[in-house]
Design a protein. Structure first.
Length: 297
Protein backbone atom coordinates (compact mmCIF):
# COMPACT_ATOMS: atom_id res chain seq x y z
CA UNK A 1 0.00 0.00 0.00
CA UNK A 2 2.81 2.31 0.90
CA UNK A 3 4.53 1.55 -2.37
CA UNK A 4 1.36 2.25 -4.30
CA UNK A 5 0.93 5.60 -2.56
CA UNK A 6 4.50 6.55 -3.36
CA UNK A 7 3.94 5.62 -7.01
CA UNK A 8 0.85 7.81 -7.17
CA UNK A 9 2.71 10.72 -5.60
CA UNK A 10 5.50 10.28 -8.14
CA UNK A 11 3.00 10.26 -11.02
CA UNK A 12 1.32 13.41 -9.68
CA UNK A 13 4.67 15.14 -9.31
CA UNK A 14 5.62 14.14 -12.86
CA UNK A 15 2.31 15.46 -14.19
CA UNK A 16 2.80 18.75 -12.36
CA UNK A 17 6.35 19.01 -13.67
CA UNK A 18 5.23 18.33 -17.24
CA UNK A 19 2.39 20.83 -16.90
CA UNK A 20 4.78 23.49 -15.61
CA UNK A 21 7.22 22.67 -18.43
CA UNK A 22 4.52 22.84 -21.09
CA UNK A 23 3.21 26.12 -19.64
CA UNK A 24 6.68 27.61 -19.59
CA UNK A 25 7.37 26.46 -23.16
CA UNK A 26 4.05 27.93 -24.31
CA UNK A 27 4.76 31.24 -22.64
CA UNK A 28 8.22 31.25 -24.19
CA UNK A 29 6.90 30.55 -27.68
CA UNK A 30 4.25 33.24 -27.24
CA UNK A 31 6.85 35.76 -26.20
CA UNK A 32 9.08 34.79 -29.10
CA UNK A 33 6.20 35.09 -31.58
CA UNK A 34 5.23 38.45 -30.16
CA UNK A 35 8.79 39.65 -30.41
CA UNK A 36 9.11 38.26 -33.93
CA UNK A 37 5.93 39.98 -35.06
CA UNK A 38 7.13 43.16 -33.44
CA UNK A 39 10.43 42.89 -35.28
CA UNK A 40 8.65 42.22 -38.57
CA UNK A 41 6.39 45.18 -37.95
CA UNK A 42 9.30 47.41 -37.09
CA UNK A 43 11.15 46.25 -40.20
CA UNK A 44 8.10 46.96 -42.36
CA UNK A 45 7.73 50.42 -40.86
CA UNK A 46 11.44 51.10 -41.39
CA UNK A 47 11.22 50.00 -45.03
CA UNK A 48 8.11 52.12 -45.55
CA UNK A 49 9.74 55.19 -44.03
CA UNK A 50 12.83 54.64 -46.15
CA UNK A 51 10.75 54.21 -49.29
CA UNK A 52 8.76 57.35 -48.59
CA UNK A 53 11.95 59.27 -48.06
CA UNK A 54 13.59 58.14 -51.31
CA UNK A 55 11.89 58.99 -54.58
CA UNK A 56 13.90 56.43 -56.56
CA UNK A 57 12.81 53.53 -54.33
CA UNK A 58 9.23 54.74 -54.38
CA UNK A 59 9.32 54.87 -58.17
CA UNK A 60 10.76 51.36 -58.40
CA UNK A 61 8.02 50.01 -56.15
CA UNK A 62 5.38 51.75 -58.26
CA UNK A 63 6.87 50.37 -61.48
CA UNK A 64 6.97 46.81 -60.12
CA UNK A 65 3.39 47.07 -58.86
CA UNK A 66 2.19 48.57 -62.14
CA UNK A 67 3.94 45.90 -64.19
CA UNK A 68 2.38 43.18 -62.07
CA UNK A 69 -1.07 44.67 -62.41
CA UNK A 70 -0.58 45.11 -66.18
CA UNK A 71 0.55 41.51 -66.53
CA UNK A 72 -2.48 40.26 -64.61
CA UNK A 73 -4.75 42.43 -66.77
CA UNK A 74 -3.21 41.07 -69.98
CA UNK A 75 -3.57 37.50 -68.78
CA UNK A 76 -7.25 38.02 -68.03
CA UNK A 77 -7.78 39.79 -71.34
CA UNK A 78 -6.09 37.02 -73.32
CA UNK A 79 -8.21 34.46 -71.50
CA UNK A 80 -11.37 36.36 -72.48
CA UNK A 81 -10.29 36.72 -76.13
CA UNK A 82 -10.69 40.53 -76.18
CA UNK A 83 -7.53 41.62 -78.04
CA UNK A 84 -8.67 45.17 -78.79
CA UNK A 85 -8.58 46.22 -75.17
CA UNK A 86 -4.89 45.24 -75.05
CA UNK A 87 -3.95 47.75 -77.74
CA UNK A 88 -6.57 50.39 -76.97
CA UNK A 89 -5.15 53.88 -76.44
CA UNK A 90 -7.82 56.53 -75.77
CA UNK A 91 -5.27 59.37 -76.01
CA UNK A 92 -4.07 58.33 -79.48
CA UNK A 93 -6.33 60.93 -81.08
CA UNK A 94 -4.00 63.61 -79.70
CA UNK A 95 -1.31 62.40 -82.14
CA UNK A 96 -3.56 62.69 -85.16
CA UNK A 97 -2.93 65.55 -87.58
CA UNK A 98 -6.51 66.58 -88.19
CA UNK A 99 -8.86 69.51 -87.75
CA UNK A 100 -12.60 69.98 -87.91
CA UNK A 101 -13.28 72.13 -90.98
CA UNK A 102 -16.29 73.63 -89.23
CA UNK A 103 -13.93 75.24 -86.74
CA UNK A 104 -11.73 76.85 -89.42
CA UNK A 105 -12.27 80.33 -90.92
CA UNK A 106 -14.24 80.25 -94.14
CA UNK A 107 -11.28 80.88 -96.44
CA UNK A 108 -9.20 78.14 -94.83
CA UNK A 109 -12.07 75.65 -94.84
CA UNK A 110 -12.78 76.35 -98.52
CA UNK A 111 -9.14 75.86 -99.44
CA UNK A 112 -8.86 72.65 -97.39
CA UNK A 113 -11.91 71.23 -99.17
CA UNK A 114 -10.51 72.18 -102.59
CA UNK A 115 -7.10 70.62 -101.84
CA UNK A 116 -8.82 67.49 -100.54
CA UNK A 117 -10.71 67.08 -103.80
CA UNK A 118 -7.78 68.01 -106.04
CA UNK A 119 -5.22 65.71 -104.42
CA UNK A 120 -7.64 63.00 -103.22
CA UNK A 121 -6.64 63.22 -99.56
CA UNK A 122 -8.78 63.43 -96.44
CA UNK A 123 -10.08 66.91 -95.65
CA UNK A 124 -9.43 66.79 -91.89
CA UNK A 125 -5.63 66.30 -92.10
CA UNK A 126 -5.44 68.91 -94.86
CA UNK A 127 -7.45 71.24 -92.65
CA UNK A 128 -4.78 70.95 -89.95
CA UNK A 129 -2.06 71.68 -92.51
CA UNK A 130 -3.92 74.69 -93.86
CA UNK A 131 -4.43 75.98 -90.33
CA UNK A 132 -0.71 75.53 -89.56
CA UNK A 133 0.32 77.15 -92.85
CA UNK A 134 -1.72 80.23 -91.94
CA UNK A 135 -0.24 80.41 -88.45
CA UNK A 136 3.42 79.85 -89.35
CA UNK A 137 3.12 81.88 -92.55
CA UNK A 138 2.06 84.87 -90.48
CA UNK A 139 5.06 84.47 -88.16
CA UNK A 140 7.51 83.91 -91.02
CA UNK A 141 6.12 86.66 -93.24
CA UNK A 142 5.22 84.22 -96.02
CA UNK A 143 1.99 83.77 -97.93
CA UNK A 144 0.36 80.56 -96.59
CA UNK A 145 -0.79 79.65 -100.08
CA UNK A 146 2.87 79.61 -101.17
CA UNK A 147 3.65 77.10 -98.42
CA UNK A 148 0.72 74.91 -99.41
CA UNK A 149 1.60 75.18 -103.10
CA UNK A 150 5.09 73.86 -102.37
CA UNK A 151 3.57 70.91 -100.53
CA UNK A 152 1.31 70.24 -103.49
CA UNK A 153 4.12 70.28 -106.05
CA UNK A 154 6.66 68.51 -103.85
CA UNK A 155 4.65 65.64 -102.37
CA UNK A 156 0.98 65.95 -103.40
CA UNK A 157 0.32 66.13 -99.64
CA UNK A 158 1.87 62.73 -98.91
CA UNK A 159 3.66 63.08 -95.54
CA UNK A 160 5.68 59.89 -96.17
CA UNK A 161 7.02 60.85 -99.60
CA UNK A 162 10.73 60.43 -100.27
CA UNK A 163 12.69 61.32 -103.39
CA UNK A 164 15.57 59.42 -104.95
CA UNK A 165 18.05 61.93 -103.52
CA UNK A 166 16.69 61.76 -99.94
CA UNK A 167 14.22 64.64 -99.76
CA UNK A 168 11.53 63.64 -97.28
CA UNK A 169 8.05 64.48 -96.12
CA UNK A 170 5.43 66.98 -97.15
CA UNK A 171 7.85 69.72 -98.21
CA UNK A 172 10.57 67.33 -99.37
CA UNK A 173 13.24 68.75 -97.10
CA UNK A 174 16.72 67.27 -97.54
CA UNK A 175 16.84 65.75 -94.07
CA UNK A 176 20.55 64.91 -94.06
CA UNK A 177 21.38 68.49 -95.08
CA UNK A 178 19.05 70.15 -92.56
CA UNK A 179 19.32 67.59 -89.76
CA UNK A 180 20.22 70.35 -87.30
CA UNK A 181 16.80 71.94 -87.82
CA UNK A 182 15.09 68.75 -86.65
CA UNK A 183 16.89 68.81 -83.29
CA UNK A 184 14.14 71.02 -81.89
CA UNK A 185 11.61 68.34 -82.88
CA UNK A 186 13.40 65.37 -81.33
CA UNK A 187 15.48 64.15 -84.27
CA UNK A 188 15.39 63.49 -87.99
CA UNK A 189 12.51 61.00 -87.79
CA UNK A 190 10.32 64.06 -87.24
CA UNK A 191 10.69 64.62 -90.99
CA UNK A 192 7.72 62.27 -91.34
CA UNK A 193 5.60 64.20 -88.87
CA UNK A 194 3.51 66.52 -91.07
CA UNK A 195 3.59 69.56 -88.81
CA UNK A 196 7.31 69.25 -87.99
CA UNK A 197 8.18 68.84 -91.68
CA UNK A 198 6.06 71.86 -92.56
CA UNK A 199 7.81 74.04 -89.97
CA UNK A 200 11.30 72.97 -91.00
CA UNK A 201 10.38 73.41 -94.67
CA UNK A 202 9.17 76.95 -94.02
CA UNK A 203 12.43 77.78 -92.28
CA UNK A 204 14.41 76.44 -95.25
CA UNK A 205 12.19 78.35 -97.69
CA UNK A 206 12.58 81.59 -95.74
CA UNK A 207 16.37 81.22 -95.79
CA UNK A 208 16.31 80.55 -99.55
CA UNK A 209 14.20 83.63 -100.27
CA UNK A 210 16.40 85.81 -98.05
CA UNK A 211 19.51 84.52 -99.83
CA UNK A 212 18.09 84.90 -103.35
CA UNK A 213 16.27 88.19 -102.88
CA UNK A 214 12.90 87.20 -104.33
CA UNK A 215 10.28 84.49 -104.05
CA UNK A 216 10.84 83.13 -107.56
CA UNK A 217 14.62 82.97 -107.15
CA UNK A 218 14.14 81.59 -103.65
CA UNK A 219 12.15 78.72 -105.14
CA UNK A 220 15.08 77.99 -107.47
CA UNK A 221 17.31 77.73 -104.40
CA UNK A 222 14.73 75.62 -102.57
CA UNK A 223 14.61 73.02 -105.35
CA UNK A 224 18.39 72.99 -105.61
CA UNK A 225 18.65 74.71 -109.00
CA UNK A 226 20.43 77.88 -107.88
CA UNK A 227 23.57 77.06 -109.89
CA UNK A 228 21.76 75.52 -112.84
CA UNK A 229 20.61 77.18 -116.04
CA UNK A 230 17.00 76.19 -115.39
CA UNK A 231 14.86 74.87 -112.57
CA UNK A 232 12.84 72.73 -114.96
CA UNK A 233 9.79 74.95 -114.57
CA UNK A 234 9.58 74.30 -110.81
CA UNK A 235 9.09 77.92 -109.71
CA UNK A 236 6.49 78.58 -112.40
CA UNK A 237 4.54 75.48 -111.41
CA UNK A 238 4.57 76.37 -107.71
CA UNK A 239 3.46 79.93 -108.42
CA UNK A 240 0.70 78.72 -110.74
CA UNK A 241 -0.60 76.39 -108.03
CA UNK A 242 -0.35 79.21 -105.51
CA UNK A 243 -2.46 81.39 -107.79
CA UNK A 244 -5.18 78.70 -107.88
CA UNK A 245 -5.13 78.38 -104.10
CA UNK A 246 -5.24 82.12 -103.53
CA UNK A 247 -8.30 82.40 -105.77
CA UNK A 248 -10.04 79.60 -103.86
CA UNK A 249 -9.24 81.27 -100.52
CA UNK A 250 -10.65 84.53 -101.91
CA UNK A 251 -13.94 82.80 -102.64
CA UNK A 252 -13.50 82.35 -106.38
CA UNK A 253 -14.41 79.14 -108.17
CA UNK A 254 -11.50 77.07 -109.43
CA UNK A 255 -12.00 73.55 -110.72
CA UNK A 256 -10.15 70.93 -108.63
CA UNK A 257 -9.21 69.23 -111.91
CA UNK A 258 -7.61 72.31 -113.46
CA UNK A 259 -4.40 71.36 -115.26
CA UNK A 260 -1.08 73.11 -115.14
CA UNK A 261 0.05 74.40 -118.52
CA UNK A 262 3.74 75.35 -118.73
CA UNK A 263 4.32 78.94 -119.94
CA UNK A 264 6.01 77.83 -123.18
CA UNK A 265 3.21 75.42 -123.98
CA UNK A 266 0.70 78.18 -123.22
CA UNK A 267 2.47 80.56 -125.58
CA UNK A 268 2.54 77.92 -128.29
CA UNK A 269 -1.20 77.33 -127.92
CA UNK A 270 -2.10 81.03 -128.39
CA UNK A 271 -3.12 82.16 -131.86
CA UNK A 272 -0.38 84.01 -133.74
CA UNK A 273 -1.34 87.59 -134.65
CA UNK A 274 -0.56 88.02 -138.35
CA UNK A 275 0.35 91.47 -139.74
CA UNK A 276 -2.11 93.27 -142.00
CA UNK A 277 -1.94 92.25 -145.65
CA UNK A 278 0.26 94.46 -147.83
CA UNK A 279 -0.91 95.93 -151.10
CA UNK A 280 -0.04 93.75 -154.03
CA UNK A 281 2.58 96.16 -155.32
CA UNK A 282 4.29 96.49 -151.95
CA UNK A 283 4.02 92.76 -151.31
CA UNK A 284 5.80 91.90 -154.52
CA UNK A 285 8.36 94.61 -153.96
CA UNK A 286 9.14 93.66 -150.34
CA UNK A 287 12.26 91.55 -150.02
CA UNK A 288 11.80 88.07 -148.56
CA UNK A 289 13.92 88.96 -145.54
CA UNK A 290 11.66 91.92 -144.70
CA UNK A 291 8.58 89.70 -144.89
CA UNK A 292 10.11 87.21 -142.49
CA UNK A 293 10.99 89.99 -140.03
CA UNK A 294 7.50 91.42 -140.24
CA UNK A 295 5.84 88.06 -139.62
CA UNK A 296 8.04 87.39 -136.62
CA UNK A 297 6.98 90.49 -134.64
Amino acid sequence: MRALAMLRRAQQASARSFSIFARDVGHGLLEISHNTLALVGLAAVAVLVLALGRADLRQQVEVVALDWLQMRHEERTLASGDMLSLVAEPDAVARATAADLKELPRDQAALATWISRRYKVAAEPVGALVQEAWAIGKRAGLDPTLILAIMAVESSFNPFAQSAVGAQGLMQVMTRVHDDKYTAFGGTHAAFDPISNLRVGVQVLKECIARAGSVQEGLRHYVGAALLDTDGGYAARVMAEQDHMRKVADGKKVSPTIRYIPPKALEASLPVALPPALPAAEETAAPAADQVALLSR
